[in-house]
Design a protein around this ligand. Structure first.
Ligand code: UDP
Length: 508
């Protein structure tokens, strides 16, 4: 019997974190469970639901058992303006602790919801370690969502265990990350601050790791063929169950309507902008255009925008650049730049949010300049596109290692310094470095051809992974079957109160 026919009694609650790039893949995962017949309720706040409600509405019209349950964010209780309830590119730094406080206030209400909604299991973001105890109280499994790659989690674990960064003299000396399947080198400056020297976030990551160990298992937006050595390594060193069910963007967004709806608030995308980019892209030869984007959380200072603009203009290649102005700074420069490159038909600027999935699958796109956000890495692999790697924050520098050193599908721009997502940092990558990396990526030389061959092979593997019999497909079906067949009344009853601690001053 098809899994959808058997799983209709299984009820689940999904709880995404309040940031776009954690919401997008976890909602895609929730939609995949509904696609397989599992009853799904996604719990979030009103503002955050606007990011994905279009997709849920589309799934509902397809008869899938999925819905959103809104909880009201206690903005006034924590002194925030109404609507500020997510960690995104426009969230003022000083407001982030208040958003955490709001989440802490919501915690008991969400716990009650798990019970009221009769969840048989919950899938919650890594940033909700308390939910493992909430699940334990109910005797149901908690599955944790990891926003990162297997390589990134393995590398962070290795640095925590062996502290190789303390054995080099300077911040720029390189060290090998110990006990990994490949010889990967990086410098202290490229490590996230919480790994470099302990801070509050280090404590939070410990709590998260403990909660992972006590969870039923964890879900990754990855697929076996993409990082098989790290998939096996991670399971071995961490000792928990985990399932790679990616690329979730490919699997959950099969129609153009799904791809177009992704990440837009209702009614927001009735713009001419979208048609503009599509018309422009369709006028370009196959593989000739570079897609330049730095994800959902980044804003560059004017000094860096100028370097990127010049590099793109000097590169001689066509490009689509997703840009965010920084408080008006550089407005005139960018407007003049936009006018110039539109007139010459060399470039197209998208302000704010781009329909990334649709753009990446357009045949005119030949490569990316990317910050190595994990979702974008998986999406570009799926689209068969190599990239210029320009890591910025979070676990991007580890992802760069996978793309460049392990898979051989990227050209590094040479970024040297990790920074926080809401800081500019001191590094400005110069136009010449950017131009050189673009030339290698788009130059059509022997190395480029080899890189493109590897990327195409991985793209084929991505598509195979979600087909019946593929690695991600099998993982998904096995997990649902396990959840259906198991009786969990006494699951994980032990409650460790430390992991319920809600620490309120973290950055992502
Ligand atoms: N994204 C998009 N349009 C944009 C920026 C981002 O559709 O203009 C999507 C992208 O497809 C990906 C996610 O947002 O799924 C960004 O996640 P990623 O891990 O790549 O980077 P982050 O935003 O965490 O830096």
């Amino acid at each position: 019997m098809a899994i959808e026919k058997q799983s209709d009694k299984l009820k689940s609650v999904f709880l995404p974190f309040l940031s776009t790039s954690h919401i997008i893949p976890l909602v895609d995962m929730a939609r995949l469970f509904a696609l397989h017949g599992v009853d799904v309720t996604i719990v979030t706040t009103k503002h955050n639901s606007t990011i994905f409600q279009n997709s849920i509405d589309l799934d509902s019209t397809r008869g899938r058992p999925i819905r959103t349950h809104i909880v009201e964010f206690p903005a006034s209780k924590v002194g925030l303006p109404v609507g500020v309830e997510s960690f995104n590119v426009n969230t003022p730094r000083e407001m982030t602790p208040k958003i955490y406080m709001g989440l802490a206030i919501l915690q008991p209400q969400i716990e009650r919801l798990f019970e009221d909604l009769h969840a048989d299991f919950i899938v919650t973001d890594m940033f909700y370690p308390w939910s493992v105890d909430a699940a334990a109280k109910l005797g149901i499994p908690r599955i944790m969502f990891h926003g990162a790659s297997y390589l990134a989690r393995s590398a962070a674990h290795s640095v925590e265990q062996y502290a190789p960064h303390l054995k080099v003299e300077s911040d720029t000396d390189t060290f090998v990350i110990p006990d990994l399947p490949d010889r990967l080198e990086m410098s202290r400056l490229q490590l996230p601050d919480w790994l470099r020297s302990p801070n509050q976030y280090t404590e939070l990551m410990k709590v998260i790791k403990e909660s992972e160990k006590r969870s039923y298992g964890s879900l990754f937006n990855s697929f076996y063929e993409l990082e098989s050595d790290y998939y096996d390594h991670y399971k071995r060193v961490i000792g928990t169950k985990s399932w790679g069910i990616g690329p979730v963007s490919l699997w959950a967004n099969q129609d153009a309507s799904d791809k177009a709806a992704r990440g837009y608030a209702k009614g927001e995308k009735e713009g001419k902008e979208e048609e503009g980019w599509l018309k422009w892209l369709n006028s370009k030869p196959d593989g000739s255009v570079l897609y330049v984007s730095f994800g959902s959380m980044n804003k560059f200072p004017y000094s860096q925008l100028v370097e990127i603009a010049h590099a793109l203009e000097d590169s001689g290649h066509c490009f689509i650049w997703v840009v965010r102005k920084n408080d008006g700074e550089g407005g005139v420069f960018l407007e003049e730049f936009e006018k110039r490159v539109r007139e010459s038909e060399r470039g197209y600027l998208i302000w704010g949010w781009a329909p990334q999935l649709l753009i990446l699958e357009n045949p005119a796109i030949g490569g990316l300049v990317s910050h190595c956000g994990w979702n974008t890495v998986v999406e570009s692999v799926n689209a068969g596109l190599p990239m210029v790697t320009w890591p910025l924050f979070a676990e991007h520098f580890f992802n760069e290692k996978l793309v460049v050193d392990v898979l051989g599908i990227g050209v590094p721009v040479g970024a040297k310094e990790w920074r926080n997502w809401n800081e500019f940092g001191s590094e400005v990558v110069k136009r010449e470095e950017i131009r050189k990396a673009i030339a290698l990526l788009m130059g059509g030389g022997e190395e480029d051809a080899a890189m493109r061959g590897r990327t195409k092979a991985l793209s084929g593997a991505a598509k195979g992974a979600i087909q019946p019999g593929g690695s991600s497909y099998n993982n998904m079906v096995e997990l649902i079957q396990e959840l259906m067949s198991s009786n969990f009344p006494s699951f994980n009853r032990e409650i460790i109160t430390e992991s319920s601690l809600f620490l309120s001053n973290f950055h992502l």
